[in-house]
Design a protein around this ligand. Structure first.
Ligand code: PLP
Length: 388
């Protein structure tokens, strides 16, 4: 049966050149980058060339890139690391962050740190007016995701940075700005300095790199308390022998997107437009991803079928060879309504009826047409289940 993989936001299958880079690192670079001998120096060379590639793609200096075990660890490092580095910190995160930002923020709150969750609007954008009201003289960190992983909205992070500049003018101290750019890297053009961000999270496997490797951009001069102790790797911010094959694969993925990105972003936009139009024509759907192409990533569409549980539709689509998900991969096996959709003001019933379709470099027009036909067949089949 034809397989159409539309779950690239959960993970995007490794690109051929990534597989090659991982194999090459395993075979030709067996040393520990910290060792003094020649094999160590060679491994260190590969590590630093990979760091340069990731830095170049972010518009950062290589010394500002800290490799981690993925986006989750990078987000934990940003939130805990920034809060622990200050006396009496106050932290603001948006209410629809990925759980790897939300849960550390909740943990901080449990431990007595002042934490506020900034509301988002019904279209899936952080409310800048509310965010500004939440800022205080002791705000240490503000965290706003760049592309929301469930609905694909592109957040006005550069405008958040301007609010923080105003806070600095008022109180003489600028809160650190963290953005989780895991779903943005490659898919959306950005430079860390244009965003005005101090901390930026990225992850390799969302752009065809290996799973279990990511990075945190830490702007020069920013002080963080490390989470993982026991070695001075990564400038003391992340102890442990680095995952060199994974990091080399990450660099290969980033180079691929740097080279092909302009063309791929246009293609993803055109394909998601086609998918949206095809599904729209089926009728009876409620879109959770706004249609404004300037404020959304090109590869994520989220739609609810009112009255039908998302997981039922996901399983039915799989019978047609279409792989989708109900929302964030971290929680898609739990029956909870999506916190992202609830934060956007959707009812519980609407929030459990969502399906996310996310496209990647190998997606074709035929795949999109097959997915629309699969949706049509699934909806006809499951109509008897739909509760109004
Ligand atoms: C927005 C966002 N942040 C963080 C993560 C976690 O990244 P990783 O899977 O590399 O831990 C994900 C993955 O789903 C994500 O979509």
């Amino acid at each position: 049966m034809r397989r159409v993989y539309l779950d690239h936001s959960a993970t995007s299958p490794p690109l051929p050149e990534v597989v090659e880079a991982v194999r090459d690192a395993l075979e030709r670079f067996p040393g520990n980058p910290a060792s003094l001998h020649g094999l160590g120096v060679e491994a260190e060379g590969l590590l630093e060339r990979s760091r340069e590639a990731v830095a170049l793609s972010l518009g950062a200096e290589p010394s500002e890139v800290v490799f981690t075990s993925g986006g989750t660890e990078a987000n934990n490092l940003a939130v805990f690391g920034a809060a622990w580095a200050r006396q009496d910190p106050h932290v603001v995160v948006s209410a629809f962050e990925h759980s790897s930002v939300l849960e550390p923020a909740r943990r901080l709150k449990e431990s007595g740190v002042a934490v506020d969750f900034c509301p988002v609007d019904g279209e899936g954008f952080v409310r800048l007016d509310a965010l500004e009201d939440l800022l205080r003289p002791n705000t240490a960190l503000v965290s706003v995701v760049l592309v929301n992983n469930e609905v694909g909205t592109l957040q006005p992070v550069a405008e958040v940075a301007r609010l923080l500049d105003r806070a600095q003018a008022r109180w003489g101290r600028r809160p650190l700005l963290h953005t989780d750019a895991v779903q943005a890297l490659g898919h959306v053009l950005f430079r860390v300095r244009d965003l005005g961000a101090d901390l930026v999270t990225v992850s390799a496997h969302k752009l065809g790199g290996p799973k279990g490797v990511g990075a945190l951009f830490v702007r020069r001069g920013v002080r963080l308390r490390p989470l993982v102790l026991g070695g001075d790797q990564e400038r003391g911010l992340r102890a442990g022998t680095p995952n060199l094959p994974g990091i080399a694969g990450f660099a290969a993925a980033v180079r691929f997107w740097d080279r092909e990105g302009d063309h791929l972003r246009d293609r993803l936009r055109q394909l998601s437009g086609r998918l949206r139009a095809g599904l729209q024509a089926l009728g009876g759907l409620r879109w959770n991803t706004p249609s404004d192409v300037d404020r959304t990533a090109p590869h994520i569409l989220n739609v609810s079928v009112p009255g039908l549980r998302g997981e039922v539709l996901v399983h039915r689509l799989e019978q047609e060879g279409v792989y989708a998900s109900t929302g964030s991969a971290c929680h898609s096996r739990r029956a909870h309504p999506s916190h992202v959709l609830l934060a956007m003001g959707r009812s519980k019933a609407e929030a459990v009826s969502a399906v996310r379709l996310s496209l990647g470099p190998e997606t074709t027009e035929d795949d999109v047409d097959h997915a629309v036909a699969a949706f049509r067949a699934a909806l006809e089949d499951l109509r008897f289940l739909v509760r109004s």
